[in-house]
Design a protein around this ligand. Sequence first.
Ligand SMILES: *Cc1c(COP(=O)(O)O)cnc(C)c1O
Length: 215
Amino acid sequence: MIEENLDEIKHKIESSAIRSGRTLQDIMLICVTKYSDVDQIKTIVDLGQINLGENRIKDALEKVKQLKNDICWHMIGHLQTNKAKDAVSFSEWIHSVDSVKIANAIDKEAKKIGKVQKILIEVNVAKEASKHGFLVDDLARSFDEIVKLKNIEIKGFMTIAPVCSPEQTRPFFKELRQLKEKFSVEHLSMGMSQDYEVAIEEGATMVRVGSAIFR
Ligand SMILES: *Cc1c(COP(=O)(O)O)cnc(C)c1O
């Protein structure tokens, strides 16, 4: 089933990419493995998917240990500062930088191991109380502080859209796209199983898809 799901998703990614003047290769599919066991993960890796996303450090460390090194790990969940060290140890990308404090902690840990950590800044575009991320109004000041950190490279913005119909998510993705242009960053991590097609139409360069693959 995983193989069929993946084929269907890749097909839909391609169609959405074409609708936004791009190709399949322009979109990074991050397979979110938080629901999956190691055998399922091996199946998708064997199918050529090397970008994997986890939202909890403890689960991620367990899986990193059991899988080969040729995987590109993405940390996509909220991080406590005392988990920065672990996150930096295995993550190629950290998508969930939602405070200046966590950015500082990541920078400090990256410096210790001589790494420049690729990060995305999480934006709470829809101003949901239940979500992490910077509010759009606070973004500029915090961006200026984070951009000064030497062992962090800001690669773009990430958002999680509210739970609603895909079409209703479109304005939030549009707004993140405008921020990308305003701040001249390269990547937009937006779109999950329910709404990745709309996100790509609105300019996503990375989509984080879990349940649609492993269902
Ligand atoms: C779980 C999760 C996803 C994937 O969600 P699905 O709806 O299962 O595709 C994407 N992004 C984040 C931050 C997540 O925690």
